[in-house]
Unconditional design. Sequence first.
Length: 507
Amino acid sequence: MIMKTTPFLTFLLCTLLSVQSIAQPAGKTNRIPLKHGAHRIGKRTDPDMQRWREYGLGQFIHWGIYAIPGGQWNGKTSSYAAEWFRSSGLITHEEYDNLYKNFNPKHFDATRWAKQAKQMGARYLIFTTKHHDGFCLWPSKYTNYTIANTPYGKDIVKQIVDAYTAEGIDVYLYFSIIDWSHAGYHPGAPITAADRLNWAGYTAFDNEEDKARYETFKTFTRNQLIELLTNYPEAKGLWFDGSWEGAWIKEAAWADALGEELRAMHPGLIIGSRFRADENGKRHEDTNGDLIDDYDQRFERNLPNTLAQTGGNDWDCVTTIPENQWGYHRDWSLTYVKTPYDLIEMTVKANSLNGNLVINFGPDGDGNIRPEETRIARETGRWMAANGDAVYGAHHSILEKQDWGYATEKDGTTYLTVFNKPVNNLLRVKAPRSTEKDQVYVIQSARFRTTGKTAAIKDGGRDKSGAVYYDIVLPAEIRKLEEPFVIELKLKQVSQKEKAAYQQALT
Ligand code: FHN
């Protein structure tokens, strides 16, 4: 029997289908036409983005007037992230909003910071031009709440852009969409689960006045972004933050047009996935599951563990040195502070999964980089100077993550970066089954980067999956190392027969 559909049933079916398509990514086969989704499927292939992909390691700097209290006020210490100090409850908003009148970082020296970043091995910098409090480190003509009206007076963004560019470090301008200082700024109404299912019906504002005021905020935001790209044309990209609020998400069409305008005025501009949502309120990935803008910014403080988790996209991970402090906090005694080797491990891991790692620094209110950060920069830099080939321009290798560490690959060389030395001093390397029929991987050569000496290799057999194993013998001078070390391998696919010949040559 053929069921007749009534208008109501048709309506119900359509509603259910459209709810389903909004609630879940449509996947790659069931695509929905979007006006403000991703404008490109797959990665950018131009030279600017290729350069971004090879940075390997970056530096983030959170600096602003929150560095003056440094998480403490009137003898009390806040456990809040220091850059959110205005909301900590320890300071009144009025007190906080007047801090800029005392901002006079007499020790600030952009060249010193840039040289330290260079020595650390950073290839790009993300610098907070304005954080959520709205205070601008450049003399914006669209607000008085800027560096121009502090006792210091000089343009900090310009000094940073010039000094880092002179050191060959590319600069990205961090810009917070949240701006607590602007009269028109409004987060909008909180987004509920029901709003997500009926995004078209979601209204960010419950009154016309807030809505009208928000228009002034949009104009202000656009003006400031154009101003930044005009004043600092050397900047390679914009790094957005605070774009998770309902009012902003609802501005998908406007933000999309603004993004296009900024790209048109600054060819090659790189923007991450935190700038705007699509018309269904989807952020980072649009309703079809495609990445919005140029690279994925979701891995804040947390690295992915597999290539599958990255969706095959370009991505970076920004991380704090303590657990969750971006701005300067005077007291790090209650938090785990990452060691240089923790950060090096994160860097290598990120690159093994085709991402970059960005380490955050929070200078103090006088413009000093704290001693702990200076030590981390120095130690990280010392290791990167000796082993950077395993990171810069090096990407995912066919060798999966193994207990001893991570493998990366560049120009036909596979780099094994060893963080956990095996106690039996035989480093077991697993090479997966070859995709070519009857072929396997052999190690043609292996060399310890630290000593330049060739490694002895023993055949470690194979398993049911067809993967083959090799045991690299760690000599005494490598065994005594207390830091991560790198082994450079040449891997080759050969037939089983050829492998037998290689095997005879193994010691
Ligand atoms: O709220 C901010 C936070 O203060 C910091 O700036 C980080 C850096 O990625 N972004 C936001 C949290 O995601």
